[in-house]
Design a protein around this ligand. Structure first.
Ligand code: ZN
Length: 315
């Protein structure tokens, strides 16, 4: 009987151990399945913003690096910008998902103090809600960089939602590309959003005319500079892991823009990134869709006052 009692206890322990092992197995399996979902890789968005780049200019210039990028991107050459086809209203529309009738930025002279048309919504500092605000408020740990070389560009954006910003008065895009690259590298373990803008192409258009030799050369110079940035990103696998948006605000005609011609109002737009299927964007695309697309990448809600929508499939 004694020996039976011993065996009984031993058998009891064996079953307890079996249950424990099963539990450990289940927990391990659960961790293997759930952990990768929870520890989702941080997302990264880089906006390459080229002022005044017309569809015709992009097609005529020799741009091997942009062409190679476009081969992997969803793109359109006929995106419609907002009226007027002027710089500050259009970049503001890209970054706020709204046209001038909502954000109130009607021209390049716009400031909060001199606005002729009141915005339909404002943050506590008097700015219409931008993608920068949305991301800083909704995306945990996101790091935001803003790089530009035409000073008034930032006037319609609240700088409090930017972690780093750099204005280059010499219009040295290569230098700003380097700064943006360093910022992305330093913050790669966190989500990052970088807006990287240059005005050189637009200035060449105003000086010598859209489609002039120097205008085309300015586009080719930008292509080479972007190529150097892409090389560095490819060395670090950042090129494939980032969503890279390539866009402009308007084209031009003769030595200006602001009118309603296709040369001014039908513009290139492209996005490349994980799971984005290359090819032409099938439906009509709009400048006001940019901010909603970026918000969708970061799974952020967009403000009710925004007009644009995300028309790109993002996984
Ligand atoms: Zn412009």
């Amino acid at each position: 009987m004694r020996s039976y009692g011993f065996e009984s206890r031993s058998g009891h322990n064996f079953f307890l151990r079996l249950i424990l092992m099963k539990k450990i197995l289940y927990i391990t399996l659960a961790l293997l399945i759930v952990a990768p979902i929870q520890a989702r890789k941080p997302r990264h968005v880089l906006v390459i913003a080229i002022d005044g780049l017309s569809t015709e200019g992009l097609k005529q210039a020799k741009t091997p690096r942009i062409d190679a990028y476009l081969d992997e991107a969803m793109y359109t050459f006929t995106s419609r910008n907002v009226i007027p086809s002027v710089t500050l209203p259009n970049w503001t529309s890209h970054l706020t998902g709204s046209g001038p009738e909502r954000h109130g930025v009607l021209n390049n002279k716009w400031t909060r103090q001199t606005a002729e048309l009141d915005a339909v919504s404002k943050d506590e500092d008097g700015y219409y809600p931008s993608i920068f605000k949305v991301l800083k408020e909704e995306v945990e740990d996101i790091q935001v960089g803003y790089y530009w070389d035409w000073e008034p560009l930032i006037n319609s954006m609240n700088p409090r939602y930017m972690d780093e910003k750099n204005f280059d008065k010499n219009e040295d895009y290569a230098r700003n590309c380097q700064k943006a690259f360093d910022f992305m590298t330093a913050n790669w373990e966190q989500p990052t959003f970088v807006f990287l803008y240059t005005v050189g192409v637009d200035h060449a258009g105003h000086k010598n005319g859209w489609m002039s030799k120097s205008y085309i050369q300015a586009i080719e110079k930008v292509d080479a500079t972007i190529g150097t940035l892409f090389d560095r990103m490819q060395e670090n696998e950042m090129y494939d892991d980032s969503y890279i948006i390539f866009m402009t605000d308007h084209g031009g005609i003769n030595k200006g823009h602001g009118g309603y011609s296709d040369a001014e109002m039908r513009i290139p737009f492209a996005i490349k990134g994980p799971h984005i299927r290359p090819g032409e964007i099938p439906q009509q695309h709009f400048t006001v869709n940019t901010a909603p697309i970026i918000a969708r990448i970061f799974r952020a809600e967009t403000p009710d006052v925004w007009a644009g929508r995300c028309n790109i499939r993002i996984r």
